[in-house]
Design a protein around this ligand. Structure first.
Ligand code: GLU
Length: 562
C-alpha cells in the first residue's frame, strides 16, 4: 500500500516535470465541452480527413455516409481536419477538401468551414490547434501511471528492432523491449539535464495473448488481440499521433458514431484502451470497407494509381452532376437505395432512411458503367433550366468557348435542353457534361458548319440524286406548325412517291423488292441533313427547336454537297 502511494506521488511529480506549463485538468475540459443538448436519438458524426491532397471517391463516400447518418437523425455533422502529420500536408489541402465536399452537397454543421473560419462550440476543429488539449490529456495519463516519457532516439529504436529480428519476435515497443516503461523520476531528470527530447507513450496493461471483444456496427461482433504495444501518444514535437488525438477529439466533441475507413480497424483495440484509461465510454464504431473494383475475375481496391475514377477530380472534370455521384454512392452504401429511388422518384435523397446496419460489410463493388446508367437517369429528371445552369458552370471551366456560345444563345439552348423533356419516358443519353458539346453542338450554326459532312450516313440504297429529290419533295411541303402526326403523314406521302413503304410493318410483310426501304429512311435523310448525325432525339422536336429558316437552309446546303 505504502509502495502504491509512493508511486502515485512519483507519477504526479513526473507529470509536473514533463508538463510544467499545463495547469488545466480533464475536469476543466469536461466543463468547457459540456454534453450537447440534442433530441433523443440524434447522432453526432464527423468526417476527419487529413489534408494530404488526393481525395479518393471512397473517402467522399465515407463523408457522405457520416453526413447522412447525422442528418437522418436530426444530429450534427462535423468536419474536423486531422493535420498533425505536417510532413504529408499539402498547401491548399484544407480548402480543397471543403470545396469538394460542398460540391457534393455534404455540408458540415460544425467544424472547419474554410482555411480561416471555424464554426461551433466544440473546437478548435483543426488538430494542430488542439495541442494544449492533448497535453492536458497526456499529463493526466502520466500522472496516473498510464503513460510515460520515452527518450529513445531513432538509433535506439533501430537497435530494438534488430534484436527483435534476431530473436524472431514481433517488432514494436512493448514489454521487455520497452526501454523506458519503468523510467524513474531521477532517470527522467538525468535525461532532462542533457536536454534530450521525449515522446509520451501509453503504458499498455494487456496480458500476454489477451483478447478484447467489441461490436462494430458494420462488421458485427469482433474479437481481436488486445493492444500490448506502448504506442506513441505525443510526439517529441508536441503533436499528438492520430491514435491519441482521435479518442480525445471524439470524446470532447461528443461524437456518438465513428464512421471511418476499415484501415483503422486493426488499431481499434488501442483506441478502446485509450478510452478505458480515461474512464470514458467509447462511441459506436462503424468501419466501412474500401470500395472495390473487378479486375478480370478478381476484386481489388479501387486504386489511386491504377484507376482514374478513384479520384474525386475525375468526376468533376468529366462533368458528373453532384446528384449523380451522390445517388451512386448512396446506392453503394445502402443497396436498398435503388429500390427506394425507383418508388420515390420525386423525393429528395435526404428523405431516404439511411441505415448504418445496411452498409455492405465486405466492400461495395464500384462499377463505372452502372454509375453512368444512374447518372443518365438523374440527368433525364433535370429540368432544362437546371441543366442549363449546371452545364454552364461546368463549361465555363472546362469548355469556355462553348460556354460563351450557349450564354449568347441562352433561350435557344434552353429549348434544346427541353427536347423530349415532356415525355413520360425521357431520353437518357447523357451521363456527364463532357458529352454535351458533341451531343448538342450541331444545333449551333457556327459549330454545325465545321462538322464534317459524311455521305455514308444516308441510306445506302439511295443515290445522291434520289436523296436530293427527296429533300426537294420535303422542301415543297415543309411546315413545322403542324402537329407531329400530320408532319409524319407528309413524310409518308413522300415515301409513297419514291417507292418506299409507309411503315416498317408493310415493308417487312411485302415480298422482297416491293419497297426500297420504309418511311424511317426519309426521316433519316432529313436527320442527317440537318444534324450531320445518324442518331438524335426526336427529329420533329429538333426541327421545331431549330426553326424553319435554319432547317430549310441546312436542307438546301445539303443538296449542294450531294
Ligand atoms: N485522419 C484520418 C484519415 O485521414 C481519419 C480517420 C478517422 O476518420 O478517424 O484517414
Amino acid at each position: 500500500m505504502h509502495k502504491q502511494i509512493m508511486e502515485n506521488e512519483e507519477n504526479k511529480k513526473i507529470a509536473e516535470l514533463l508538463f510544467p506549463d499545463i495547469h488545466e485538468t480533464l475536469e476543466d475540459l469536461e466543463a468547457a465541452y459540456p454534453p450537447r443538448n440534442l433530441p433523443e436519438g440524434a447522432t453526432v458524426t464527423r468526417f476527419a480527413p487529413s489534408p494530404t491532397g488526393f481525395l479518393h471517391i471512397g473517402t467522399i463516400a465515407n463523408a457522405l455516409i457520416a453526413e447522412r447518418v447525422a442528418h437522418t437523425s436530426q444530429g450534427i455533422f462535423i468536419l474536423r481536419i486531422e493535420d498533425t502529420d505536417k510532413k504529408r500536408e499539402i498547401k491548399g489541402g484544407i480548402d480543397e477538401i471543403i470545396h469538394n465536399i460542398e460540391s457534393f452537397n455534404i455540408s458540415p454543421d460544425e467544424g472547419v468551414m474554410s482555411e480561416e473560419v471555424q464554426k461551433g462550440a466544440y473546437g478548435p476543429y483543426l488538430q494542430s490547434q488542439r495541442l494544449k488539449i492533448y497535453a492536458i490529456a497526456a499529463k493526466y495519463l502520466v500522472s496516473q501511471g498510464l503513460a510515460y516519457p520515452c527518450f529513445c532516439t531513432d538509433e535506439d529504436l533501430k537497435e530494438i528492432r534488430n534484436v527483435q529480428i534476431s530473436q524472431k519476435v514481433k517488432p514494436g515497443y512493448y514489454g521487455q523491449f520497452a526501454k523506458h516503461r519503468d523510467i524513474s523520476l531521477i532517470q527522467i531528470q538525468q535525461e532532462f539535464s542533457q536536454g534530450k527530447p521525449f515522446a509520451i507513450r501509453i503504458k499498455s496493461d494487456a496480458k500476454v495473448n489477451e483478447k478484447i471483444q467489441f461490436k462494430d456496427m458494420v462488421k458485427g461482433s469482433l474479437t481481436m488481440a488486445a493492444n500490448d504495444v506502448d504506442f506513441v501518444l505525443l510526439k517529441s514535437d508536441g503533436y499528438a499521433t492520430y491514435h491519441f488525438a482521435h479518442p480525445i477529439d471524439d470524446h470532447f466533441m461528443h461524437i456518438t458514431h465513428i464512421l471511418r475507413a476499415d484501415e483503422w480497424l486493426p488499431s481499434t483495440p488501442l483506441h478502446l484502451q485509450i478510452f478505458r484509461y480515461f474512464g470514458w465510454n467509447a462511441p459506436y464504431y462503424a468501419h466501412v470497407s474500401p470500395v472495390l473494383k473487378m479486375d478480370g475475375l478478381s476484386k481489388r481496391k479501387l486504386s489511386k494509381r491504377k484507376d482514374p475514377e478513384a479520384g474525386v477530380k475525375y468526376y468533376t472534370q468529366e462533368g458528373y452532376s453532384s446528384e449523380s455521384v451522390i445517388t451512386y454512392l448512396l446506392n453503394l452504401a445502402n443497396s436498398n437505395f435503388e429500390d427506394w429511388r425507383r418508388t420515390h422518384p420525386d423525393l429528395p435523397y435526404s428523405d431516404f432512411p439511411f441505415r448504418i446496419e445496411k452498409i455492405n460489410n465486405s466492400g461495395a463493388l464500384f462499377d463505372l458503367r452502372k454509375m453512368q446508367d444512374i447518372s443518365k437517369q438523374v440527368m433525364a429528371q433535370m429540368s432544362s433550366q437546371q441543366m442549363y445552369d449546371m452545364y454552364l458552370t461546368w463549361a465555363e471551366k472546362y469548355d469556355p468557348e462553348f460556354a460563351e456560345l450557349i450564354k449568347k444563345q441562352k433561350e435557344y439552348t434552353l429549348q434544346i435542353f427541353s427536347i423530349e423533356k415532356d415525355q413520360q419516358a425521357r431520353r437518357k443519353d447523357i451521363y456527364a457534361w463532357n458529352q454535351m458539346h458533341e451531343y448538342i453542338g450541331c444545333f449551333y450554326d457556327e459549330l454545325f458548319e465545321k462538322l464534317p459532312f459524311n455521305k455514308q450516313l444516308f441510306p445506302e440504297f439511295l443515290s445522291g440524286e434520289e436523296i436530293k429529290d427527296i429533300i426537294n419533295a420535303y422542301l415543297q411541303v415543309i411546315d413545322l406548325k403542324k402537329p407531329s402526326d400530320q408532319w409524319f403523314n407528309d413524310l409518308k406521302a413522300i415515301a409513297a412517291k419514291f417507292n418506299i413503304a409507309p411503315d416498317t410493318k408493310t415493308f417487312k410483310e411485302s415480298p422482297a423488292g416491293t419497297y426500297k426501304g420504309y418511311v424511317g429512311d426519309i426521316a433519316s435523310i432529313l436527320r442527317v441533313a440537318i444534324t450531320k448525325r445518324k442518331n438524335t432525339p426526336d427529329l420533329y422536336e429538333i426541327m421545331k427547336v431549330m426553326g424553319i429558316e435554319r432547317v430549310v437552309k441546312r436542307l438546301q446546303e445539303t443538296k449542294d454537297l450531294l
